[in-house]
Design a protein around this ligand. Structure first.
Ligand code: CP
Ligand code: NVA
Length: 299
């Protein structure tokens, strides 16, 4: 049995297969073909933070695959009333075929996985967001071919998405530049653990020179709402706008996991412009996660 808590839970070869499969499943779906490898299977979805894309994509994926899903929020389960994660994991996993969790501490998904009898999928923690990277890698490949050997720049907060890009740099073999304000760098232990070419910058223009893919994310993540104002000041020079895109490669793509704040981390002209692939990226959450569910669950 496999879990998917970070991109490192799969081998580079498995990830490559999974991305190719996502592209194939997308085509099947667009052609209206019915494909139901998960008939009768159930995915439990624990959401301790808000979501639009993750919830809609996982629920749709399960329906399209012939299975079902259960949305569980802390407000109306015993998880929110202090039932231990270990106990919840044993109980929930005894009744379903897989569990998807969006929560705060990464250690919580690790503990859940330890006590779960079925595969556990990390649907975002404070530390990682691996499902988003599957969609991002699929999107890059669809538009530009293999990302191996390409230069990717991450601009903004050294957050969960940034950490998953660090893992992706190793697993998919691209070079990663990370531009953050001082004090907002990614976790150094995650950088050090990556067998990849990673360079840290405090200047977005210097970091973006010749980049093939430019990626950003919100300045204040879920759980950091009270830091919004402080972060707006700290990140003021880290907006992805036309001046930044101008120094990237001519055919560079722009990605953002969404939700986005136009006028903060990205200008409207960039996110709504010709180099932006954010809508494909969002849609690919569905196809990439179908490939993941099939990989983890199908007989
Ligand atoms: N990108 C992403 O995970 O979006 P949601 O928070 O809407 O699920
Ligand atoms: N870094 C963001 C990603 C949202 C999908 C957050 O954690 O809120």
């Amino acid at each position: 049995m496999k879990h998917f808590l970070t991109l490192k839970d799969l081998t580079p070869a498995e990830l490559k297969l999974l991305i190719n499969r996502a592209i194939e499943l997308k085509k099947l779906h667009k052609h209206g073909e019915i494909y139901q490898p998960l008939t009768g299977k159930v995915l439990a979805m624990i959401f301790e933070k808000s979501s639009t894309r993750t919830r809609v994509s996982f629920e749709s994926a399960m329906v399209q695959f012939g299975g079902g899903s259960i949305f569980l929020s802390p407000d109306d389960t015993q998880l929110g009333r202090g039932e231990p994660v270990e106990d919840s994991a044993r109980v929930i996993s005894s009744m379903v075929d897989a569990v998807m969790i969006r929560t705060f501490e990464h250690s919580k998904v690790e503990t859940f996985a330890k006590y779960s009898s079925v595969p556990v999928i990390n649907a975002l923690t404070d530390e990682f967001h691996p499902c988003q990277l599957l969609a991002d890698m699929q999107t890059y490949q669809e538009h530009r071919g293999s990302i191996e050997g390409k230069k990717v720049v991450w601009i903004g907060d050294g957050n969960n998405m940034c950490h998953s890009y660090i893992n992706a740099a190793q697993q998919f073999g691209f070079e990663l530049h990370i531009a953050t304000p001082k004090g907002y760098e990614p976790d150094q232990a995650i950088v050090d653990a990556a067998d990849a070419t990673i360079q840290l910058f405090n200047d977005p223009i210097a970091a973006t020179q010749g980049a093939d893919l430019v990626v950003t994310d919100v300045w204040a993540s879920m759980g950091q709402e009270e830091e919004q104002r402080k972060r707006e000041l700290a990140f003021a020079d880290f907006q992805v706008n036309s001046a930044v895109m101008a120094v990237a490669a001519k055919d560079a793509l722009f990605m953002h996991c969404l939700p986005a704040h136009r006028g903060e981390e990205v200008s409207a002209e960039v996110i709504d412009g010709a180099q932006s692939v954010v809508w494909d990226e969002a849609e690919n959450r569905l196809h990439a996660q179908k490939a993941l569910l099939e990989f983890l669950l199908a007989d």
